[in-house]
Design a protein around this ligand. Structure first.
Ligand code: GLN
Length: 262
């Protein structure tokens, strides 16, 4: 009985030593992990129907486009992992501001006003807005819009411009959440005209045989940028810029532009 008791004590002592050793081992492993944190999986929002920048491809059941390709190329170059959510333009701006999204890429024009609440990457594409009317419309200038209702897309530069000149030219605005709904309002006569980014309406006229024509010159040409909430995700902007410079240098950026006809 005595020896059995001693045995139990010895076994217990060995077990305790072993447990503490394993414990040490675990702690050491944990410390190593803390010094090398796993890479962040960024949540990036985008528009949902803004070809050629982002649009749903029914053949592949995926969102494709210039923005999608540029982001993928930069992410590969910078070893960034991300999840893309094509929720619409206004929704993307809201998601970035609320912290639900780390960033957005959505054919978003870099403006001084937006710089108050967003930090932008370097510009990656040049575009401005243009007035659009139905293919058979007689409207030739802003003066012809007197007394009419004009289609704009919520939170866009097209809406911002139209709001700025609506009083002067005597028209009112009707807001839409996405570009295709806005085009329909113009083609079916609900609205006399609309404002859209030049490349985007140009693409829709060419590739979707949209019964719309553009009027006048391109308004407020500027650069599209990748955006984060002001003061957040600075490392992501740095990586986007570094990746953009690399894909410009290695020909990948040019290849993507060519793919979409630029
Ligand atoms: N470039 C325009 C803007 O920044 C439109 C963007 C969009 O509709 N996705 O407001």
């Amino acid at each position: 009985m005595k020896s059995t008791g001693r045995m139990v004590i010895i076994v217990l002592a060995i077990t305790m030593m072993f447990t503490s050793l394993v414990g040490c081992g675990k702690q050491a492993t944990q410390t190593t992990q803390t010094t090398q944190p796993t890479a962040k999986n960024y949540v990036i929002y985008s528009d949902n129907s803004f070809a050629p920048f982002e649009y749903y491809d029914s053949a592949t059941s995926k969102y494709v486009g210039l923005d999608m390709d540029i982001l993928a190329a930069i992410a590969a170059d910078q070893k960034i992992t991300y999840e893309i959510k094509n929720e619409g333009f206004d929704a993307s701006m809201g998601a970035v501001q609320s912290g639900q999204a780390d960033a957005m890429i959505a054919g978003m024009t870099i403006t001084d006003k937006r710089k108050a609440t967003f930090d932008f990457s370097d510009g990656y594409f040049q575009d401005g807005q243009i007035m659009m009317v139905g293919a058979n419309s007689n409207i030739k200038s802003l003066e012809d819009l007197k007394g009419s209702v004009v289609a704009v897309k919520t939170s866009t530069q097209g809406a911002e411009y139209a709001k700025g000149v609506a009083g002067k030219y005597g028209f009112t605005l009707q807001y839409y959440e996405d570009s295709p709904t806005m085009y329909t309002a113009v083609t079916n006569g609900t609205n006399a005209a609309g404002f859209e980014d030049f490349s985007v309406i140009g693409w829709a006229i060419k590739h979707q045989s949209l019964k719309i024509k553009t009027v006048g010159e391109v308004i407020n040409p500027g650069s599209y940028g990748f955006a984060v909430k002001k003061g957040s995700n600075a490392e992501l902007i740095q990586k986007f810029n570094a990746g953009l410079a690399n894909i410009k240098a290695n020909g990948k950026y040019k290849e993507i532009l060519t793919k979409y006809g630029y």
